[in-house]
Design a protein around this ligand. Structure first.
Ligand code: X2X
Length: 333
């Protein structure tokens, strides 16, 4: 007892200096999971962000990245970030909408015509509206959304030249009520699968088609199991960078500032990466054997309007959110 008391009375510093100088464990050691291959700009820029965070917090905040569904698919990671099993996750708007329904509003079919409209809305009032809804579930959403891109349609069967070609098409969509509703309205037979299952489900012909932005089709090598890429631009999709609410609140203010600035700045660079990739990706995919075509949006829009898709989702999202979307893109329904 006496010896113990003496030891605990020693100034802490004299004990610490007796220990060899190995890397000190970080005060906040956090995990970040995502669903994309390491070569996607989302992972490249996230890696830069975690390096900047380690440096600027002098090692107090350490974030380890688990890319490519290493921790499970989207549904699993969404559950983990809610429970605190992981502290960060980047769900697509489509996927976080299973928890926060209004978050899918940016994915309404054929709403955005270009990136000026997209970032005007998502960095403006519509994005703020969605972030507030996310906050109600005790998740923290960083200000800047990251880009997934305009979603395009690939198939092993035939090109999609107009809405008619979607008739009965077995197409994989994300775990997203909006995606299911939209492809049903277009006459297709959509099936929800997590992204972790997409390559194998195309390879084994459980489904014939899928839809994703071209950079994902490139980095996930979906061209190996698909023949046609139809540039339908039917949905603009982005990733919300979110944190578990308790883990976020545990960070002192100065660390929060560093983490938020690092992640938001990285997101802005990631948007530029996707913009640049969009310029080169079509010819790269063609050289890998994908046949591309560019259908006009008219037949798809008409079918969505006639089937009542827009009026249904206007009701589901509510007048306020719908009004904010229409402020950016014009009248939809
Ligand atoms: O699952 C998909 O298709 C993906 C990768 O685009 C999403 O994260 C929604």
């Amino acid at each position: 007892r006496g010896a113990l008391r003496t030891l605990s009375a020693l100034p802490a510093a004299s004990i610490v200096t007796a220990v060899p100088r190995i890397a000190r464990a970080a005060e906040f050691s956090y995990k970040y999971g995502n669903n994309l291959p390491v070569t996607h700009p989302l992972n490249v820029r996230a890696q830069e962000a975690v390096e900047r965070i380690a440096k600027e917090t002098k090692g107090r905040v350490e974030i380890k990245i688990f890319p490519n569904n290493q921790l499970g698919g989207d549904t699993d990671m969404l559950a983990q970030v809610r429970s605190g099993g992981i502290e960060f996750f980047t769900p697509s708007a489509l996927v976080i909408a299973t928890l926060v329904p209004v978050a899918a509003i940016n994915a309404i079919g054929f709403a955005f015509s270009d990136y000026n409209q997209v970032w005007g809305a998502m960095d403006g009032k519509l994005g703020a509206h969605v972030r507030a809804a996310i906050a109600k579930t005790r998740l923290y959403a960083f200000d800047k959304m990251w880009d997934n891109g305009f979603r395009q349609t690939t198939s092993s069967k035939s090109p999609v030249t107009s809405a008619k070609d979607l008739d009965g098409l077995k197409i994989r969509v994300p775990v997203s009520p909006l995606s299911i509703s939209m492809f049903k309205s277009l006459g297709a037979s959509p099936a929800s699968l997590q992204f972790s299952e997409v390559y194998s489900s195309l390879q084994t012909k459980i489904v014939d088609a899928q839809e994703n932005p071209l950079p994902i089709i490139q980095v996930a090598k979906l061209y190996e199991v698909q023949k046609y890429a139809s540039l339908t631009n039917h949905i603009w999709d982005g990733y919300w960078f979110i944190a578990n609410g308790r883990a976020w609140e545990a960070l002192p203010g100065d660390l929060k500032t560093i983490v938020a600035a690092s992640i938001n700045d990285a997101g802005m660079k990631q948007r530029e990466d996707i913009k640049k990739l969009n310029e080169s990706v079509v010819s790269d995919l063609e050289s890998k054997g994908l046949a591309t075509n560019r259908p006009t949006a008219d037949s798809f829009r008409a079918k969505l309007r006639d089937s009542g898709f827009y009026s249904e989702w206007k009701g589901r999202f509510g007048a306020e959110a719908w009004g904010l979307l229409e402020q950016s893109v014009g009248k939809l329904a």
